[in-house]
Design a protein around this ligand. Structure first.
Ligand SMILES: [Fe+2]
Length: 189
């Protein structure tokens, strides 16, 4: 059975994946119908801030760094994943600017937004797959019990203050709002 830390990372990937999937759906719809700009903005905020504030911090500060210096061939993979985290940031900035164009009815904005969302989605699937298939199994093989205990504690309520209640509940709240607002088949709205 996978340990609690790995399960938590997988769970966060599923949440990011669900929002990215929803974005693709609504970006496609926006080619033919006026979009719900507020909903799309909340989705973009989520995929920008959740990884930046919580998810990537957990991976980079605790898992990637624990693997470095263990004599494991993890360095090139970690470098690549880190670069992908950086790319995410520039692409989400582009998506936000393109959403503003879409909201303002700029000619061709829906096509450009959809193309960027598809590109972002493609990068996300590849990135999360690489983390789950390459990096996390390496971590499972090479980190010892003391490492996992330390990471598990850092991710818990009394651990790293960046991961505590307030921060986490902000993103849980955003995720619930997305699910409640988005129409079927993505959400319950
Ligand atoms: Fe990740």
């Amino acid at each position: 059975m996978k340990n609690a830390v790995i399960l938590q990372i997988h769970e966060e990937h599923r949440a990011i994946g669900a929002v990215v999937h929803g974005l693709q759906h609504f970006a496609k719809e926006a080619l033919h119908h006026p979009p719900n700009v507020e909903l799309l903005r909340t989705m973009l905020d989520y995929i920008e801030q959740f990884p930046q504030t919580l998810h990537h911090v957990k991976e980079e500060t605790y898992i990637f760094s624990a693997l470095l210096g263990r004599g494991v061939e993890a360095e090139p993979i970690i470098e690549r994943l880190h670069a992908q985290h950086e790319d995410d940031l520039s692409l989400t900035a582009t998506l936000k600017a393109q959403l503003t164009d879409l909201a303002n009815g700029v000619e061709g904005a829906a096509d450009r937004f959809l193309a960027s969302v598809d590109r972002f989605a493609d990068l996300q699937w590849r990135h999360m797959t690489e983390e789950e298939r390459l990096l996390l199994p390496l971590a499972e093989r090479h980190l010892d019990e003391a490492d996992w205990r330390r990471i598990d504690e850092a991710f818990g309520e009394n651990g790293d203050p960046r991961f505590r209640g307030d921060n986490k509940s902000t993103f849980d709240g955003m995720f619930s709002l997305i699910v409640a607002t988005a129409p079927q088949p993505i959400g319950l709205g």
